[in-house]
Design a protein around this ligand. Structure first.
Ligand SMILES: Nc1ncnc2c1ncn2[C@@H]1O[C@H](COP(=O)(O)OP(=O)(O)OP(=O)(O)O)[C@@H](O)[C@H]1O
Ligand SMILES: [Mg+2]
Length: 315
């Protein structure tokens, strides 16, 4: 398997700060895959992206991107990559189309080629109607799509996207997810950072959880989810008798033990189909919950697991 990104024991300590931002950061991303770097505020995600994209130098360690050494061959790295930063790099006053033409010119395309590429990307990213309107008037989702388009003016072999959907509403978020998936279909390797477990699960083949500047847990989304447990349907019933009845009906749809706590019932389920089947079964059995919620494991659940494991190891 070809490796698109590799980082070994990368360390970065910003001057005047107490702790290193990256402290033994290791990562390997296979070509053509999507890797999500998952972590809370300050975990070191942006620092890792900035180092791998040559915007920042590491204190120690080694890294290669698209076969180029990050320290020794920064030009080679820069030619092979695209970057969508946490803060948009597009001009507010220019329109979307003009921004894309400008990016093309900066990357060395002729005027005609830059125009043609801009037109193609505007259409592909669904920005036709807003193409000639100042970017300052765009919605968050439109801006993010333009950011992605700008990074693709010259198709990169590796694309870095720092927090693609932070601050976007659910519709705009899905929209950006679709865009990232299409890139992968084109064979681009993607490293994205996110604070959302759900986003990592949606998009990534491989998830690396970053905490205090190092990867503390990694694996496929399914592996991470299996560590933290399944999606749960949580229902509140009118009485404890109803809760017991709800639990009995739920047995057939559960992938693990059904937990009853007073008038509450928690049912671990495999997927969305199981959720609708369970609700159907309750309805047929005359079970009428006062409240039903589907609870998916979150980044916090994974961190709780990581902490627990760390304590066990320490003991
Ligand atoms: N230019 C800088 N100078 C000093 N310290 C910095 C600088 N940039 C980041 N840091 C510190 O390094 C650590 C890692 O920051 P980084 O921006 O990489 O985190 P992050 O995971 O991207 O966080 P966020 O989710 O908030 O974007 C933090 O403690 C941060 O305060
Ligand atoms: Mg960041």
């Amino acid at each position: 398997m070809e490796t698109a990104i590799e980082a070994r024991s990368v360390r970065k300590h910003y001057r005047g700060t107490e702790r290193p931002a990256l402290d033994g950061f290791d990562l390997r991303v296979a070509a053509g895959s999507v890797c999500a770097l998952l972590g809370r505020n300050g975990a070191g995600k942006t620092t890792a992206v900035r180092i791998l994209t040559t915007l920042l130098t590491m204190d120690d360690g080694a890294a290669t991107v698209a076969g180029h050494d990050v320290r020794a061959d920064g030009d080679g790295v820069r030619r092979a990559i695209g970057l969508v930063g946490q803060n948009a790099a597009v001009d507010e006053i220019l329109g979307g189309r003009a921004n894309l033409v400008l990016f093309g010119r900066l990357r060395g395309l002729s005027k005609a080629a830059a125009r043609a590429r801009a037109a193609e990307l505007i259409t592909r990213f669904g920005l036709d109607e807003a193409a000639d309107r100042a970017v300052g008037t765009y919605s968050g989702g439109m801006r993010r799509r333009l950011d992605l388009a700008a990074s693709l003016v010259v198709p990169p072999s590796v694309l870095f996207v720092d927090e693609p959907t932070t601050g976007l509403d659910p519709d705009a978020r899905r929209d950006v997810w679709g865009t990232v998936r299409r890139l992968v279909d084109d064979g681009v390797t993607v490293l994205l950072t996110t604070q959302y477990l759900e986003e990592a699960e949606e998009l990534a083949d491989h998830v690396a959880m970053l905490r205090d500047g190092r990867v503390v847990l990694e694996g496929s989304p399914a592996e991470l989810t299996s560590l933290v447990g399944d999606t749960r349907v949580e229902a509140v019933l009118p009485s404890t008798d109803d809760a017991a009845a709800a639990a009995r009906t739920a047995e057939a749809h559960a992938v693990g033990p059904v937990v009853v706590d007073g008038v509450s019932v928690a049912v671990p389920v495999a997927d969305a189909v199981a959720v609708t089947r369970l609700c159907g079964a309750w309805s047929a059995a005359g079970v009428e919950p006062r409240d039903v919620a589907v609870r998916r494991p979150t980044l916090d659940d994974v961190f709780v697991h990581v902490n627990r494991t760390a304590e066990e190891v320490a003991r």
